[in-house]
Design a protein around this ligand. Structure first.
Ligand SMILES: [Zn+2]
Length: 679
């Protein structure tokens, strides 16, 4: 029954639905291996992440200074039984290790393994916790504890003693440390002393320390057993993703929905989609893993997220081709909030239904947004996802011609660094038919870029404008669609003043600031526009018809004001560039996400609905979503149905276009468009 694993660096050979039981040592005796495996199965999971080693050993360890869980039963081999029961039910077993902290008595024997403050004090955690807990201290990432002292012997012991299918490295991150080992390493590396203040560290120091620790760790695991898959975190904004993907088999990240931060600090409603789109930028990598904690914040980890909010949050992971990983506090028998288990079960069962379709699915997005984690990139993400655009991301180090060629349109956020190679790649991309949207200022003397975008000369960045507008020029302006009854769009912020080059077309112009803010309201008798029309471009269509340059930050307007006009301007700009190359169009619904994929026998379109004020109290279904999908040449649609309910939808195929109406989406719907090749 047990299906086994695949070659190194490929991840597991089947799609996983992972359940992680963050165990409490005091509940150890409540773990019944038979019951636990049955419950994971019943929850729809096919992989269990279970504590194995590090802070506590969940087995009889022979490694010195590896603290054994004091509540472990003496008469049985709990870990072995859990693994056996999982394998009997075809559930992969992933062992969680955490070498970031260790017990106080380890510190007594090996104080040199622990992280220090600049004053030389050992760093502790939870010293003030009520109850009979020994003090826990942070270990130093560069210390022997994380290498030959404890970590490597423990991993070797685990892999040689137990039939684990994977190792999950919890907390592999760097924490600031001023121990002598770190001081020596820093000085060797940079030729200067380790500064007391963290802000003065070399920028790559933290990542260097992680790399020095994890790279050998990965090789060590693969040398011991190439079939054991190693799971490593990546930063949810993608900073370290390419490197971490190269030193692990699978990458994971958390999309925490921390309601306990307070209503005004909620994460963006599309955060899980964003983290999975970032994870999917790794070429030919296995699907990224999206870890979702069931709780509304770690301080409330014994309760669950509100069910409507939780379901919406979880659904974004599989809908964006991520592997779902449920992080729970405890085992089903110790979890007191049954509502959360119900949501886990529902989402897993839906995921299981589409797994065969999604396994080899590829994105059909025609647009790629360049991602540098800037405010502008976040804002354009907002603009694209809220308008139901299919789009992917590319990280800075991936932003090159070969990757651009997978798409029809490249969107470049303001303040992106235009080095000569990048400009060259953009020129070649557009030369070969690609489309390009650029916003914000441009670098000085970038003549090739100016020529590409239809800009005559160096733009001069002006002051922060208020009380100003952009004006939609001419009749039948492609940027005006849906806004035919107005000519003016609100504007604030700086403009890169420039002139259009010969052959370029100005689609938007600036209506300059007519008043300082203090005088905009009073008196209205004096509210006439100072100058109602200028030739200063706010949108330039290049002479090729394949570029559009916005010499202002549309992104900032979208994120700051969230006014429909700005969303619509972005949508019109992209539609104008794409023409008939847009793969999918759907009725615009606020709060609805659309992610289309090509599958072995057609297409699968995910619709995820987060309509309503967050955190969502109830699900507000959206109805009658009209969808138009462009098909690959030579395909005939043979059926359109819900991949979950099986309900068949009426459809109309017109040449290489199919249209249908999705009657209703509660939280997550997946529509399978089944196609056959025309014979
Ligand atoms: Zn250190």
């Amino acid at each position: 029954m047990y299906s086994g694993r695949t070659m190194a660096n490929q991840g597991f050979e089947r799609p996983l639905r992972v359940v992680q039981t963050n165990l409490q040592i005091k509940d150890t005796t409540k773990i019944n291996p038979v019951e636990l495996a049955r419950q994971i199965d019943e929850l729809g999971g096919n992989a269990l992440v279970f504590n194995v080693g590090g802070i506590y050993a969940w087995y009889d360890t022979d490694v010195d200074h590896h603290t054994k869980n004091p509540y472990l039963p003496e008469d049985t081999n709990l870990l072995e039984e859990v693994i056996e029961e999982c394998h009997d039910r075809d559930i992969e077993f992933i062992g969680r290790v955490d070498f970031s902290k260790a017990n106080d008595d380890v510190y007594a024997h090996k104080p040199e393994w622990f992280a220090r403050t600049p004053d030389g004090d050992a760093k502790t955690i939870g010293a003030e916790r009520p109850g009979d807990w020994p003090i826990l201290r942070f270990t130093c990432l560069n210390s022997a504890y994380r290498k030959d002292g404890v970590a490597l012997p423990v991993i070797e012991e685990i892999i040689s003693s137990f039939d684990v299918d994977g190792i999950f490295y919890n907390a592999p991150h760097y924490i600031t440390c001023h121990c002598d080992t770190c001081k020596r390493k820093y000085e060797d590396h940079y030729g200067e002393p380790l500064p007391d203040e963290t802000v003065k560290f070399h920028e790559d120091w933290a990542e260097q320390c992680v790399r020095d620790n994890m790279e050998p760790r990965y090789r060590f695991i693969k040398d011991l057993d190439p079939d054991v898959e190693m799971v490593l975190y990546y930063d949810h904004n993608g900073d370290d993703l390419p490197e971490h993907a190269a030193m692990s088999d699978l990458v994971c990240t958390e999309s925490q929905n921390i309601l306990s931060l307070g209503h005004s600090d909620l994460p963006e409603r599309w955060k899980p989609a964003q983290t999975m789109k970032i994870g999917n930028t790794v070429e030919d990598g296995p699907d990224p893993i999206g870890i979702i904690h069931s709780s509304p914040g770690m301080d409330w980890r014994h309760t669950g997220l509100p069910p409507a909010e939780y379901e919406y949050w979880l659904s974004q992971i599989p809908a964006n081709k991520g592997t779902i990983w449920h992080s729970l506090t405890g085992i089903p028998d110790t979890i007191v909030d049954d509502r959360l288990l119900e949501v886990v079960r529902d989402v897993n069962h839906k995921t299981e239904q589409i797994d065969p379709l999604m396994e080899d699915a590829t994105s059909v997005a025609e647009t790629v947004l360049l991602w540098d984690d800037s405010e502008e990139a976040h804002a354009l993400f907002n603009g694209l996802i809220q308008q139901q655009f299919p789009f992917d991301l590319l990280l800075r180090e991936q932003a090159e011609l070969d990757r651009f060629r997978e798409y029809d349109l490249v969107v470049v956020p303001a303040d992106w660094e235009f080095d000569p190679q990048f400009v060259d790649d953009l020129c070649r991309f557009v030369d070969s038919g690609g489309r390009l949207l650029v916003e914000g200022g441009l670098p000085d003397d970038a003549d090739r870029l100016f020529e590409l975008l239809g800009v005559a000369d160096n733009p001069d960045l002006g002051e922060d404008l208020v009380a100003s507008y952009s004006r939609l020029e001419g009749t039948e302006n492609p940027l005006q669609r849906g806004m035919e009854d107005t000519d003016l769009l609100p504007h604030r912020g700086p403009v890169a003043y420039c002139d259009p080059a010969d052959g370029a077309e100005t689609l938007l112009t600036l209506v300059p600031q007519w008043s300082p803010l203090e005088a905009v309201g009073k008196p209205p008798e004096r509210a006439s526009l100072h100058v109602s029309h200028t030739d200063i471009p706010m949108a330039i269509a290049g002479s090729t018809g394949r570029t559009l340059y916005l010499p202002f930050r549309l992104s900032s307007l979208i994120s700051e004001y969230q006014i429909d006009d700005h969303y619509r301007l972005l949508e019109n700009a992209i539609d104008h560039l794409l023409g008939d190359r847009r793969t999918v169009q759907a009725t615009s619904k606020q709060g609805l996400q659309l992610t289309p994929f090509e599958t072995e026998n057609g297409y699968l379109l995910h619709l995820v609905n987060g309509t309503g004020d967050r955190p969502l109290k109830t699900t507000t279904p959206v109805s009658d979503i009209d969808v138009e999908l462009s098909l690959e040449e030579g395909l005939d649609v043979t059926g359109v149905r819900s991949a979950f309910s099986g309900e068949r939808l009426d459809f109309l195929q017109d040449d290489s276009q199919v249209s249908f109406t999705v009657p209703s989406v509660a939280v997550w719907e997946a529509i399978h468009v089944h196609c056959e090749s025309r014979s």
